[in-house]
Ligand binder design. Structure first.
Ligand code: 5GP
Ligand code: MN
Length: 337
């Protein structure tokens, strides 16, 4: 383990740094990564952001997005950068399985590994950790790392502020989840003072859908939504063929599950999608109901209490049936208050 003074000493001279984040990066994954990138390049480091997979087009506007390497598209270059790095930042995830094949390359690398994350149950692979499950976003932790630990707040320029703001905005559900504390609002206000254009960022992220994406959402809500009132649960399941019919691309299913959760009285919602290799689940809950427990116990996944995910190798219909059969065990909790 590194101490903070040791880490500061390491970062005081130019290093070869890799920043990586989880499979199918979301707004916080990219916001925290490109925010940290924008800071580190000002310090003279050689930095690359490597994502395990591609990510939604509504995140491509972010400053320095053009410098990102996608592992699945440039495996050799990514492997070389990981092997040659002296420092690897792991943002918005805490188990190496979350970055797919990249995980074993990171594990084998001789670099010092720094985890900046807000998920439960971290795996022990890091040398330094900024970890707080109460943080609303990894981007919040990157902000605190730069400002409080490295005392470099003056290097948060408009680019860095815009990325970190995006991470906080997306992971806090536009500042509406309970994780959006007064302190989070103060950080967001600082980021706006430092140049983040909050109205523009909101528009770029949320008002940037293709026509297909919106029609796909309409189809899901009209034809695919199942409301199980006996369990205060709503499920949307989607086949590969339905995705193809709407020319669905990465990011098009993002947020669909929240519509199911927005129905009055619904405490648990799931979007169950048949992908090419496996069935993916996105699960959301309200209050104290543990969505992550269901994902961990039955679907080889995890996440936060109210937002979690998992996967299954079984056929879509079997996964949907399995999900429904689990509900009986949770009936009391689902029907309580
Ligand atoms: P989403 O449903 O948006 O893909 O993910 C929601 C939350 O669940 C995120 O915090 C994400 O990190 C977590 N999550 C999603 N899929 C998985 C998974 O397969 N494994 C684990 N451990 N966490 C997941
Ligand atoms: Mn996050």
């Amino acid at each position: 383990m590194l101490t903070l003074p040791e880490l500061k000493t390491l970062l005081a001279s130019p290093q070869h740094i890799v920043i990586t984040t989880h499979h199918k990066p979301d707004g916080d994954a990219m916001g925290s990564s490109l925010g940290l990138y924008g800071y580190l390049i000002q310090k003279g480091h050689h930095v690359k952001v490597i994502t395990p997979t591609d990510y939604p087009t509504f995140l491509h506007w972010m400053p320095n997005n053009g410098d990102v390497i996608i592992f699945t598209e440039q495996q050799e270059e990514a492997a070389r950068l990981v092997a040659e790095a002296s420092v690897i930042f792991c943002l918005d995830f805490n188990t190496l399985s979350r970055i797919n094949e990249l995980g074993e390359l990171v594990r084998a690398a001789s670099a010092k590994k720094i985890m900046i994350d807000h998920h439960l149950e971290p795996e022990d692979f890091d040398d330094y950790r900024c970890w707080d499950i109460n943080a609303c976003a990894a981007a919040q932790l990157v902000y605190e790392f730069i400002v409080n630990q490295l005392q470099d707040g003056e290097l948060i320029n408009k680019d860095v502020a815009s990325c970190l703001y995006t991470g906080i905005m997306t992971d806090s559900g536009s500042f509406r989840f309970s994780s959006a504390t007064a302190e989070v609002y103060r950080i967001a206000a600082n980021l706006i003072d430092l140049g983040a254009d909050q109205a523009k960022i909101h528009e770029l992220v949320y008002d940037n859908s293709s026509e297909n994406r919106l029609r796909f959402l309409g189809y899901c809500l009209s034809n695919k939504l199942e409301v199980l009132r006996d369990y205060n649960t709503a499920i949307i399941s989607v086949t590969k063929e339905e995705l193809a019919q709407y020319n669905s691309i990465t990011g098009d299913t993002e947020g669909v599950v929240n519509y199911a959760l927005s129905i009055n009285g619904i405490r648990l919602a799931a979007l169950i999608v048949e992908r090419t290799d496996k069935v993916k689940l996105s699960v959301r809950s309200t209050g104290v109901f543990p969505a992550n427990e269901i994902c961990k116990k039955y679907f080889n996944g995890g996440g936060h209490r109210n937002a979690a995910g998992g996967a299954s190798e079984k056929p879509l219909n079997d996964v949907v049936s399995e999900f429904k059969s689990i509900l009986e065990d949770y009936k009391e909790q689902l029907l309580a208050g």
